[in-house]
Design a protein around this ligand. Structure first.
Ligand SMILES: Cc1cc2nc3c(=O)[nH]c(=O)nc-3n(C[C@H](O)[C@H](O)[C@H](O)COP(=O)(O)OP(=O)(O)OC[C@H]3O[C@@H](n4cnc5c(N)ncnc54)[C@H](O)[C@@H]3O)c2cc1C
Length: 294
């Protein structure tokens, strides 16, 4: 398998920031991945999984732990034969982009994943985060996920067993590695599926700064509020620190104008949280995962 020393993580994150990973490993397939996890566990080596890096803020100084990439190396989506009457199972390896899996479903006239088409992460990242958009979450369509435990054992778990909730699963705390996911979908109308996907895509283009480097929504939605609205009401639209900025287009997104350091983004996130708490009395929790020291 490919092992790279001092690989710059900014090449692998949508924020386009992040220093080197001391050791960066790209297993060739799921079996190599299984062996690797077992090895890292027996050697007591700390590691983290990197999907498409679209929900990550990595520190400028980088990270000391081993980073294991699950992306193009584990990219495959297929329609399973043995589905029950009226249900169609689509299985995707964890490195497949969730958008690609959704498009595959649409191409097979299967409905259920339309709203997930525009999420830029991998299937593994989407299961881990229980990603969702426009009223659909992974848990609504997930039959099961195949995970490797830290001891290197394979398990097949349902959404309930993974305790999928709002941007939450037990994957990180159990140190599971998602290897594949199977979605249960129904037959739909090809044109209706296509129209729905186009509508969601247009809404993203209109409302979100998708042309800028970001990690999507920076904060989770606090119960009863919208993070973007709270931030806007504090007068923070366009608020800057170094090359980091609260998006002018959507205040729920922190963006990198192309010159930001991870430290700028981190500082800005902290300041926004502080001001929203002071002025609105609401605590914002970052949705973005933070790697390394700040
Ligand atoms: C422009 C933009 C728009 C976005 N829109 C949305 C949206 O509409 N809805 C939404 O929910 N999110 C959205 N996101 C955020 C992001 O795409 C999702 O959270 C996505 O699920 C992250 O997947 P990833 O592969 O990029 O994960 P990464 O960012 O690589 O990792 C995220 C976390 O998951 C873990 N992880 C990744 N893969 C695995 C695996 N195989 N096994 C175990 N752990 C794993 C990582 O260790 C990390 O803790 C958006 C991001 C951007 C940049």
């Amino acid at each position: 398998m490919k092992v790279i020393k001092d690989e710059l993580l900014r090449k692998h994150t949508s924020f386009r920031v992040g220093g080197p990973a001391k050791v960066y490993v790209v297993p060739e397939d799921e079996y190599e991945l299984e062996k690797l996890i077992e090895y890292l566990y027996t050697e007591n080596l700390e590691y983290k999984i990197l999907g498409n890096g679209t929900n990550l803020l990595v520190s400028d100084e980088g990270v000391q732990f081993v980073v294991v990439e699950i992306g193009k190396n584990l990219d495959n989506v297929e329609l399973l034969e043995d589905s029950p009457e009226g249900i169609f199972y689509v299985r995707a390896l964890a490195g497949t982009l969730i958008g690609k899996a959704a498009q595959f479903a649409a191409d097979h006239e299967l409905t259920g994943m339309e709203a997930l088409r525009g999420i830029p992460g991998t299937v593994g990242g989407a299961v881990t985060m229980n990603a969702g958009a426009y009223g659909t979450e992974i848990k609504d369509v997930l039959l099961s996920a195949e995970v490797i435990t830290k001891e290197g054992k394979r398990l097949i778990l349902s959404g309930d067993e993974l305790k999928l909730g709002y941007r939450y699963s037990i994957v990180p705390e159990q140190e599971y590695v998602v290897v594949a996911a199977t979605f249960a979908l129904k037959k739909g109308d090809k044109n209706a599926i296509k129209a729905e996907m186009e509508d969601y895509q247009q809404r993203r283009k209109d409302k979100q700064p998708i042309e800028k480097a970001s990690a999507g929504s920076t904060f989770k939605r606090p119960e009863g509020y919208f993070a973007g609205k709270l931030i806007e009401d504090c007068g923070l639209r366009g608020f800057r620190h170094g090359g980091a900025q609260v998006s002018e287009k959507h205040c729920g997104f922190v963006i990198n104008d192309g010159t930001a350091r991870a430290q700028d983004i981190y500082w800005l996130i902290g300041e926004v949280r502080k001001r929203v708490l002071l002025e609105q009395g609401v605590e914002l929790t970052p949705e973005v995962k933070i790697w390394g020291n700040f």
